[in-house]
Design a protein around this ligand. Structure first.
Ligand code: ADP
Length: 342
């Protein structure tokens, strides 16, 4: 089953006497992690389609499924939850709150999400770690869009919907924003849909869906590299620092994932303890080489643990009730005592 499935969707505006068929019998599928561009001239139905996918508008006919959820059949409350938790939006004119600085703009979204990333982590991920205190009026167009991308991603949505994200930027800045969207979609495994009238931005797309007069004209799909493989290809950081970032990210999750996170952190703590005692027993002459070997071993075990935990199913949560005893603060204190901070 595709991650997004759009089946025979119609959206008609106006009344029976004077109907405007914005979308007529539109069908396509998008796989998880795909970077898709929806391309069409003005009036072809792009915004209408984006609004339907984002739960901001309702279909006249047809069905849309996102991650096995028929969003066309959700109640008003359910569709609000879907929009809030599952979808991140990036707009042409950024839509940032002028009276809040970049950090605060992102942090608001982080507080809405149920499994948000850390605001600081996301600010750094878009290259704005030194601009967090600046207000929108003090940022360039590219920086504003970076902030908007961080705001859209911080709540850890399943889907990122972008409406002409480069439309207000010069060509070079626009290309940088596209590269960032692409890298972020790969790094965080997000499904990204960009709607645009600009056919120069299709180069990186896994899939290009062309719209004309409310109909699908053409669908092109390129061979896709799995998002996990792309993380290794696009991320310059070492696997060790990647792991530490992932640990930081994991600790930001709220109670839904708390059992798994605590189990994971408990294992990491045990591993660090084991590592410390092994390091102490190493003789002076061998210290440096052996410490490095032990560190590598420790990190390898942590990576394996993270892999194992990320593939665990719901039932494992029930077996790890005892792990709840590890509270966030004590975890932070423990890591601080080891000289590790976040
Ligand atoms: P695009 O984003 O590709 O420019 P839109 O989805 O905005 O296209 O519009 C598709 C068609 O639907 C256009 O003919 C537009 O005039 C019409 N349309 C869009 N929104 C409305 C609306 N709220 N009421 C009436 N017609 C609309």
């Amino acid at each position: 089953m595709a991650f997004i499935s759009v089946n025979k969707v119609c959206r008609t505006y106006g009344n029976e006497d004077d109907p405007v068929k914005a979308l007529a019998d539109v069908s396509f599928n998008i796989e998880q992690g795909e970077f898709t561009v929806i391309l069409g001239p003005s009036g072809s139905g792009k915004s209408t389609l984006l609004n339907l996918l984002g739960g901001m508008d309702r279909v006249t006919e047809g069905r849309i499924l996102v991650d096995d959820k028929a969003i066309t059949e959700l109640s008003e409350n359910e569709i609000t939850d879907y929009r809030r938790a599952d979808v991140g939006f990036v707009f042409q004119f950024y839509n940032l709150i002028p009276s809040l600085n970049a950090y605060e703009n992102i942090n608001i979204a982080a507080r809405i999400g149920k499994e948000s990333f850390k605001t600081k982590t996301m600010l750094a991920a878009v290259g704005l770690e030194k601009r967090g205190k600046h207000f929108p009026s003090e940022l360039s167009g590219g920086e504003l869009q970076r902030t908007a991308i961080a705001r859209a991603l911080v709540k850890n949505p399943k889907l990122l919907l972008c409406d002409e994200p480069t439309g207000a930027l010069d060509t070079a800045t626009g290309q940088m924003i596209l590269d960032l969207l692409y890298d972020m979609s790969r790094k965080y495994g997000k499904t990204v849909l960009i709607v645009t009238h600009n056919d120069t931005i299709t180069a990186k797309a896994d899939k290009v869906i062309k719209l004309k007069d409310g109909k699908v004209l053409d669908i092109q799909t390129k061979t896709k590299t799995h998002p996990n493989t792309m993380i290794q290809e696009t991320d310059n950081r070492s696997s060790e620092s990647q792991t530490l970032l992932d640990i930081q990210t994991n600790t930001q999750h709220t109670t839904n994932t708390q059992y798994t996170t605590n189990t994971l952190l408990k294992t990491i703590i045990q591993e660090i303890d084991r590592h410390s005692s092994e390091t102490k027993s190493v003789s002076d002459t061998q210290t440096e080489t052996n410490t490095q070997l032990n560190t590598n071993l420790m990190l390898k075990t942590i990576i394996q643990e993270i892999d194992k935990h990320s593939s665990k199913d719901q039932s494992s949560k029930d077996q790890s009730i005892e792990d709840q005893s590890i509270e966030d603060q004590s975890i932070k204190d423990y890591f601080a005592s080891k000289g590790i901070y976040w």
